[in-house]
Write a protein that binds this ligand. Structure first.
Ligand code: SAM
Ligand code: SF4
Length: 334
């Protein structure tokens, strides 16, 4: 039963009602900031959640008060039974959302319309085809652009994600803002985060402050701050009279941990209470043993650290390049 008392609350009073489920560690792109150059070692098929396990474990979370589920990955839409999983999860009393690289979106248009799935985030780190091929190590630029157009033409309001990295796409910041001029999109600029195999160093990242300064220097008083939602990770803005908006997600320089309501389930059934946590709880193993998952979930939530998995200060985060990260982003589910 969904009620206030059953919401998963941690020792800092944060209520966790938003679950992100990774459907797969596989991906049809190889973005350098997410996936190590040689890919990742995939596990045996039996080590990943089946469709019915995804749905059953998701139901346990819904019974504990989860109100929103976002499907992610890897690329969630490359999973062969993605459409069946979406169908079953959409029948739960939750908001169902998805983060995708957009390559396969056209195949899901009718289903998303029918199920009223509107919270769709598409990654597009550049508006330049050659750069796209370099960043993703694949050449699907036109496909992603045409699918974004298709969804916009069908009345979807998309969020577009870009990880900003110096010398890679920071020179496109104003082009991204201009992209919001006549489109119902929210372009979201994400600070580069450290994970296994992505050669992270904060000197490559573009900070909230740098992004704001650069945009203000071009648009001045036309930059309008928008009201952010209670649990929003993003700080939102728009340019006066532009149709779309833009947002900045500043996990590195200005974390939003105080209002965090997110937990994550990896494709191999591990519960992660924080994106930056290196520890996990094996829900899939317990599920297969027929054990109750509730105690494990509650214990994980209670052990959630206050800030960024225990990286409390800016010097802790700068040191993150020396951490032996257990997973790449592609195997966590961003
Ligand atoms: N394949 C889908 C996609 O690309 O949207 C979903 C999975 S992807 C891991 C989810 C989000 O994580 C993407 O928007 C991606 O840009 C972001 N991401 C991946 N690695 C990141 C990193 N090192 N720092 C910041 N964001 C990252
Ligand atoms: Fe794949 Fe998304 Fe990671 Fe790119 S960001 S490699 S599309 S999972």
């Amino acid at each position: 039963m969904e009620n206030e008392a059953s919401v998963l609350t941690d020792q800092f009073g944060r209520k966790h009602d938003y679950l992100r489920i990774s459907l797969t560690e596989r991906c049809n792109l190889r973005c350098f900031y997410c996936m190590p150059e040689n890919g990742i070692q995939l596990k045996e098929n039996a080590e990943y959640m089946t469709k019915s396990e995804v749905v059953s474990i998701a139901k346990t979370f819904v019974n504990l008060g989860v109100k929103k589920i976002r499907l992610t990955g890897g690329e969630p839409l490359v999973r062969k039974d993605a459409s069946e999983i979406i169908e079953e999860l959409a029948a739960l009393p939750i908001e169902l959302a998805i983060t995708t690289n957009g390559i396969l979106l056209d195949k899901f248009l009718d289903q998303f319309k029918r199920l009223n799935i509107t919270a769709i985030n598409v990654s597009l780190d550049t508006l330049n085809e050659t750069k796209f091929n370099n960043i993703t190590r694949r050449n699907y630029f036109e496909k992603v652009r045409s699918n974004i157009k298709l969804f916009l033409n069908n009345g979807f309001k998309l969020k577009i994600n870009a990880v900003l990295i110096k010398g890679v796409n920071d020179d496109e910041l104003i082009d991204f803002v201009e992209f919001t001029k006549d489109k119902e999109i929210d372009y979201r600029f994400i600070e580069f985060m450290p994970f296994n195999g992505n050669k992270w160093d904060w000197s490559k990242g573009l900070s909230l402050h740098e992004i704001n300064t650069k945009i203000s220097s071009v648009y001045g008083a036309s930059v309008m701050k928008l009201q952010d939602g209670k649990n929003d990770t993003a700080k939102s803005f728009k340019i006066e009279n532009y149709k779309g908006t833009f947002s900045i997600i500043s996990s590195i320089t200005n974390p939003f941990c105080d209002s965090c309501n997110r937990i994550r389930l990896t494709a191999d059934g591990q519960l992660k209470n924080c994106l930056f946590s290196n520890s996990e709880s094996n829900l899939l193993k317990s599920f297969r043993n027929g054990d109750s998952l509730e105690a494990i979930i509650l214990d994980s939530i209670l052990n959630k650290k206050k800030i960024r998995g225990g990286m409390n200060s800016h010097s802790d985060i700068l040191n993150a390049k020396n951490i032996d990260w257990k997973r790449s982003m592609v195997s966590i589910g961003g």
